[in-house]
Design a protein around this ligand. Sequence first.
Ligand code: SAM
Length: 243
Amino acid sequence: THFGFKTVAADDKVSMVANVFHSVAAKYDLMNDLMSLGIHRLWKRFTIDCSGVRPGQQVLDLAGGTGDITALFSKRVGPTGKVVLADINASMLSVGRDKLRDLGLVNNIDYVQANAEALPFADASFDIVSIGFGLRNVTDKDAALRSIFRVLKPGGRLLVLEFSKPEQQWLSKVYDLYSFKLLPAMGQLVANDKESYQYLAESIRMHPDQDTLKAMMESAGFAEVSYHNLTGGIVALHRGYKF
Ligand code: SAM
């Protein structure tokens, strides 16, 4: 049946995403710095600055992986606040935990293995949810957005940092060349893993553009949804509120 086919396809995506992140976990941070020339650090800092985070708040860093965004939030919420780093992948979580411990960030961070589509938290638990370069990997994005909406407190906000659609056609062309040619080659050279980086390039191409993602957030219940293009729209930061 059609339904049966859809289920199989979804299962395939889940196990493929799992394999990709198991195999890239150890080299993930190095590859991020190489692939973005370090610019991902600026995108992440911008995300924190747009979050309105205050000391004492409860933050969920979803698909938090190796914990860059968690680290930034951890410093901002301080000892009276808390950051939960949630990720579906045990390998990414354990690389993240080791890294944050080495940075001396230990007191206000929890680690939870969880699927964004069905979050294991009570309703209205968080002031802020962030998902950085994660939504693109989630099979049922609408279910994830609804689940995030549920765990936010009224007045809380969601920040989605994700690859998006370049604003200019020339940039789009350069970027396609980069992601379909150079990126897999770099993945092969540095991580001995061409396929994972091919998957990353394809998943970026398939991801909804700025206005589509905005509409998806609105359908899940978010209000005052807006986005800000970064690096010419290669990346966009979307923000929406739960009222
Ligand atoms: N947020 C980190 C960053 O910006 O560096 C990590 C981003 S990494 C590209 C994407 C992460 O999403 C991986 O760690 C992966 O395991 C996680 N992920 C994929 N599907 C997920 C899901 N359904 N629920 C939670 N996390 C998921």
